[in-house]
Design a protein around this ligand. Structure first.
Ligand SMILES: Nc1ncnc2c1ncn2[C@@H]1O[C@H](COP(=O)(O)OP(=O)(O)O)[C@@H](O)[C@H]1O
Ligand SMILES: [Mg+2]
Length: 296
């Protein structure tokens, strides 16, 4: 069953220097219970798609095309009607939990608050559910009384996931949910996310930078380039050395002997490789190390 369907979505930003066609005619569908990955270099439009689905594009954006959730065309709803769906049926987990979480409220309260506000639970009921949710995402419930800055980056992302599943939403959008973490912690968070999604039949749309993680955790992948769909399919069908080179500027071999395909970079392209755009992930530098560094 197609739960979310996007047809001909365009989102253009106006700035003093001109118009950026951040998303330029994209169509895709997402099935119930599917984990759909969006990969693509920085600036390819991943965040813009998530904001468009949530109806949270900034004021300088214009958009066209249709975004349909079940039988409802979200894109044509007036603002106050969007709130019927936003956060209740579709939730968004932002990239940087430290900016999004309230610094002066305990993380437990931040998971409970929407359950009380939107789901009509008593505080006591919400707290009981919060204990179970913390355990489900691999956090000891003693951390419910902590403030965001007392948690590591990986723990905060788990809090954000607990908050998203607390709402019983059908769809969770995640914008590079683990990009500030080291590989070990990224896998821990994605493992929890994927298993909760399968258990509760939640559909996940996840912008993700790391191709190997995308191949491991996503059922289907959309490759974006410059606001357009460059390719789409299962990781096994999609992952070829050409696709990796054209999307990320990395010369690589793709191996298929570990279940999910995985990319082994041969060399990293420089700023003047090919079309003059720097397409190496992390600007050609290794990914940031140590999730605790995210706490500053
Ligand atoms: N608020 C904005 N105003 C103007 N341009 C923007 C704005 N947000 C994003 N962009 C531009 O839109 C393009 C797509 O950005 P984004 O959706 O953030 O890509 P990604 O998430 O894949 O890195 C980029 O060129 C970016 O600079
Ligand atoms: Mg982004």
């Amino acid at each position: 069953m197609t739960l979310l369907s996007i047809e001909g979505l365009k989102c253009h930003y106006s700035t003093d220097t001109g118009v950026t066609k951040a998303v330029d005619g994209i169509s895709f569908g997402m099935e119930k219970g599917e984990i759909l990955g969006i990969v693509g270099e920085s600036g390819s439009g991943k965040t813009t798609i998530a904001l468009a689905i949530m109806g949270l594009l900034p004021g300088n954006a214009t958009s066209s095309g249709t975004i349909r959730y079940g039988d409802t065309e979200l894109s044509s709803l007036p603002e106050h009607k969007k709130d019927t769906f936003r956060w209740k049926d579709i939730a968004l987990v932002f990239q940087n939990s430290l900016e999004v979480l309230n610094p002066v409220m305990t993380v437990g309260m931040q998971v409970c608050e929407p359950m009380v506000a939107h789901r009509g639970m008593s505080v006591r009921e919400a707290e009981e559910r919060c204990v179970a949710l913390f355990r489900r995402v691999g956090l000891d419930p003693v951390w419910m009384d902590a403030y965001p800055h007392q948690l590591s980056g990986g723990m905060r992302q788990r809090v954000m996931i607990a908050r998203a599943i607390a709402q019983n939403t059908e769809i969770i959008l995640l914008d590079e949910p683990t990009s500030s973490l080291d590989l070990h912690h990224q896998m821990g968070v994605l493992e929890v996310l994927a298993s909760v999604a399968k258990e509760k039949n939640i559909s996940i749309l996840m912008a993700i930078h790391d191709l190997n993680l995308a191949a491991r955790y996503c059922d289907e992948i959309i490759v974006l380039q410059g606001g357009k769909v460059f390719g789409t399919g299962s990781p096994a069908a999609l992952f070829t050395p050409d696709m990796v080179r054209d999307t990320y500027g990395i010369h690589a071999v793709v191996k298929h002997d570990l279940g999910a395909p995985y990319v082994v970079p041969l060399s990293v392209a420089g700023p003047d490789d090919g079309d003059g755009k720097s397409t190496a992930p992390h600007g050609g530098k290794p990914p940031p190390a140590g999730e605790r560094t995210a706490t500053g």
